[in-house]
Design a protein around this ligand. Structure first.
Ligand SMILES: Nc1nc2c(ncn2[C@@H]2O[C@H](COP(=O)(O)OP(=O)(O)OP(=O)(O)O)[C@@H](O)[C@H]2O)c(=O)[nH]1
Length: 423
């Protein structure tokens, strides 16, 4: 089967992330989704059954499915998000699974930046906690278009409608201060499988869809920005074969917008211009391509382009600036140093920058701006200004998640201290 013709490749892809406080049941939920949607490989299943037996669980311990993955990841050390793939006959899914320990903010920001959907778990026994507020606010800040609140462990609250309605009411109360387009609520028991893949027989009062049904059917087509073409070059392809002696293609994923053969193109940061000659996708030549397709683009002129450069349309350029205003999520034990110098990473560009001002900090519990205390520490979210030593080609995060986001790195320790969304 050629890859190009496989139905699997053509299926719509939904990316989602899970967040919650420690022990809210993220691992159990992901395990349940995979297990009940029959996406688990037989051999993996056997190993889990054995391990569950060993530790004396009567039921298969679904957390083992994802915790195994975490062990793998922890050996890798450098990545703190594990990606898991599964598919149903309707859609393909990528789960950015982030562990629940200390660095909530960081994990959510790194795992969520390309997500279509954020699933936020709430323990039915505890209701809305500060973490729920924080994760909801971050989802809004990251402009994740769809947020699904799963009220989990309903079995421990006798599957009571009042419990669900109370928590839903609390979330409705603060979610009006968020800019999330689409908010849903599902009462579940990840452990017993109620309303995850299969409809619960214990919550007749709930008429809505199961979690999987939502994930399979939520409309994500219009979440993509189709107007501002941004193409970060990931690979320069030069086969240097006798058949194609002069072929020079630029491979990558269209981050936003659309492009046609013949479109005038500007290369950033060099500023060289040319026109699109061909758009290649496997053996096909396309007339037009759009986000989030992965394609190879060739240009009319031979210009010097390397990995990390960006192709944009000449009549729709990003802003070129040295002064940024942005919302940052801070995730380092050491506080932000006012007028401190950091390394800023934006797409493939590195530069140095100085924090020229902190405008306010978000009070997570009230979702109000705090201007009294401007100390920015671990897990804080703040609006700041930066002055960069060289011009960057940026978009607002709203226009493009990729060209609108940055990270800050401590020069001394080389640690990532913050992620930022350009306003
Ligand atoms: N009764 C009940 N227990 C649950 C449910 N979901 C999860 N649990 C239990 O809650 C505990 C924590 O579940 P995990 O899935 O490990 O939670 P987690 O959020 O992944 O935890 P961290 O990775 O530490 O953040 C485990 O003992 C689960 O068996 C549920 O729906 N009902």
């Amino acid at each position: 089967m050629s890859e190009k013709n496989s139905g699997y490749l053509d299926m719509e892809l939904l990316r989602f992330t899970t967040a919650g406080s420690v022990d809210d049941g993220k691992s159990t939920l992901i395990g349940r989704l995979l297990y009940d949607s029959k996406a688990i490989f037989e051999d993996q299943m056997e190993a889990i059954e054995k391990a569950s037996e060993r530790i004396g669980n009567e039921e298969v311990n679904l957390a083992l499915l994802t915790d195994g993955l975490r062990a793998e990841r922890e050996q890798g050390i450098t990545i703190d998000v594990a990606y898991r793939y599964f598919a149903t006959p309707k859609r393909k899914f990528i789960i950015a699974d982030t562990p629940g320990h200390i660095q909530y903010t960081r994990n959510m920001v790194t795992g969520a930046s390309t997500a279509n959907v954020a699933i936020i778990l709430v323990d039915a026994r505890h209701g809305v906690l500060e973490q729920t507020m924080r994760h909801s606010y971050i989802a809004s800040l990251l402009q994740i278009p769809h947020v699904i609140f799963c009220i989990n462990k309903m079995d421990l609250m006798d599957y009571a409608e009042e419990t669900f309605e109370k928590i839903k009411g609390d979330i409705d109360g603060f979610s009006s201060k968020l800019s999330v387009k689409d908010i849903r609520f599902v009462p579940i028991s990840a452990l017993n499988g109620d309303n995850v893949v299969d409809r619960s027989t214990k919550m007749d009062w709930y008429q809505g869809p199961t979690l999987l049904h939502l994930l399979e059917n939520i409309h994500i087509g219009s979440d993509i920005n189709h107007s501002d073409f941004r193409f970060p070059v990931q690979y320069v392809i030069r086969p240097q074969s006798a058949e194609f002696p002069d072929y020079r293609g630029y491979g990558g994923r269209i981050a936003s917008g659309a492009v046609k053969v013949g479109d005038p193109i500007t290369v950033l940061p060099s500023g060289f211009t040319s026109k699109v000659k061909t758009i290649d996708f496997f053996e096909d030549s396309l007339k037009e391509a759009f986000a989030p397709q992965s394609v190879t683009i060739t240009l009319e002129d031979e210009i010097d382009i390397s990995r990390g450069d960006m192709l944009v349309k000449s009549d729709n350029l990003p802003n070129t600036t040295q002064d940024l205003e942005l919302m940052i999520c801070w995730f380092n034990e050491r506080n932000l140093v006012p007028r401190g110098k950091y390394v800023i990473k934006h797409t493939s560009a590195d530069a140095r920058c100085m924090v020229t001002g902190v405008q306010y900090k978000m009070d997570i519990n009230s979702l109000e701006k705090n201007t009294d205390d401007l100390t920015v520490g671990m897990n804080d979210i703040a609006k700041v200004n930066l002055r960069v030593t060289k011009p960057l080609h940026v978009d607002s995060y709203q226009v493009n998640r990729f060209t609108g986001s940055i990270i800050l790195v401590d020069e001394g320790t080389n640690e990532t201290v913050a992620a930022g969304m350009i306003l």
